[in-house]
Design a protein around this ligand. Structure first.
Ligand SMILES: C[S@@+](CC[C@H](N)C(=O)[O-])C[C@H]1O[C@@H](n2cnc3c(N)ncnc32)[C@H](O)[C@@H]1O
Length: 241
């Protein structure tokens, strides 16, 4: 569907001119309409949250397949950097017997995530705070699509840089900041048989793999590709194989 078709589908006819004007000003169509389809569910979005991406649907799908293979369906899951809540809420929908919690450092993002959980009739526990810090109990799965763009990355599109929250996009240490922070602390928050699922930048696989083996030397670390054939996901399987 083109952006214009998308607008016509969701915007009232009497507000269409105004909406097209915003589109011409290079505002993402999802922010104009105020929602996005993710994994067959509808999520509200505004400028306080990242627009959920296709790659993240794949992160959820691949993680779900690992869960079906290695876990019972009543596992404990924590989504770190939840934004709109798309990962946490979709997993809870897929695994209704699981306990799902989600963390974000942005209270405005959490407002959106809470609304999305309510709209999708979904019970997720949300925490405001820094990465793993708010988690109270050990979990079976840590999942995250953290900010991973280097501050000096010249390839970030203008429409992204000008509209989406920088807190959701950029990370220090060449974009690796959050992988190191999450993985280095993860052991304290994970059950013995457990998994970490991460979305990564396409040029970060080697570095993230290195970080993973530094803190989980005995675990299986797998890199997987997105639909464009780019390295996009890292899975760390602890005592599962
Ligand atoms: C790339 S966005 C991902 C949002 C959503 N999970 C998705 O996949 O569409 C990263 C999220 O991490 C949050 N974040 C940034 N720093 C954080 C921190 N120190 N602790 C928790 N969340 C953080 C941002 O506010 C943002 O919502």
């Amino acid at each position: 569907m083109t952006d214009l078709e998308y607008l016509k589908k969701y915007v009232d006819a009497n507000k269409l001119d105004e909406a097209i004007e915003k589109l011409n000003q290079n505002i993402p169509v999802q922010y104009i309409v105020g929602n996005v389809d993710f994994y067959g569910l509808i999520f509200k979005v505004n400028s306080n949250v990242l627009i959920p991406r296709f790659e993240t649907e794949q992160l959820v799908n691949k993680t779900y397949n690992y869960i079906l293979k290695y876990f019972p369906n009543n596992l404990k899951i924590a989504d770190i950097g939840t934004g709109s809540g798309c990962i946490a809420i979709t997993l809870k929908k897929l695994l209704s017997n699981s306990y799902v919690e989600a963390v974000d450092i942005s209270s405005k993002a959490l407002e959106v995530a809470r609304e999305n959980a309510k709209d999708n009739k979904c019970d997720v526990t949300f925490y405001l705070g820094d990465l793993l810090e708010p988690l109270k109990n050990k979990v079976d799965l840590l999942i995250s699509n953290p900010p991973y763009i280097a501050y000096d990355d010249p390839d970030v599109m203008d429409i992204v840089k000008k509209n989406e929250p920088h807190l959701a996009l950029f990370a220090s240490n060449n974009g690796l900041e959050f992988y190191e922070k999450i993985i280095s602390k993860a052991k304290d928050y994970l059950n013995e048989k457990s998994m970490i699922s991460l979305e990564i930048g396409s040029n970060q696989a080697l570095s993230v793999k290195k970080i993973a083996y530094k803190y989980f030397p005995a675990s299986k670390v797998l890199v997987e590709k997105d639909m464009q054939g780019k390295d996009r996901f890292v899975f760390i399987l602890n005592n599962l194989l």
